[in-house]
Ligand binder design. Sequence first.
Ligand code: FES
Length: 163
Amino acid sequence: MQEDDKLYYFPVPEITLKDLLDWQDPDERSQCHLVRLNAKNDLKSTTHGNIKMYQKCFGNTVIINDKEIALFRIGKEVFAIQAKCPHLGGPLHLADIEELSTGKMAVKCPWHKWTFDIASGICVTPKDRNLIAKTFPVRVDNLGQIRVGFDSFGPSAFAEMDF
Ligand code: FES
């Protein structure tokens, strides 16, 4: 774990940059849509330790520092956003990524198609909704190791401590 700017960066185990679908790559993106059409509601997932991994064609979820987080790769950048949609709990890791007219990228929830700015988490559509999806700062090192930043430790960090 790294500490910087009052944030604690937790490494994401078992998933590196190359394991994530690059939404900027048109080939990978089109593959994703093909798999999604074929998969319909029958989405396959596997569990590695405390990590639930879906087909590479979707965003990945990780549980890290007691939070379930969806990870998305856009080029060399990785974005981390709460895994459950703040509207009614839809699975944001199954979201599409859309480019907004402002050039920013947004996560489009598969349930009711609300979109959230992938960097700030602010609800973009529908307008005038005061919902924000929690986002987390991410660092990616030269080896593709991903770290997610938190401003505090989750309860499990203290579970085995003797006070
Ligand atoms: S649950 Fe995500 S838009 Fe409704």
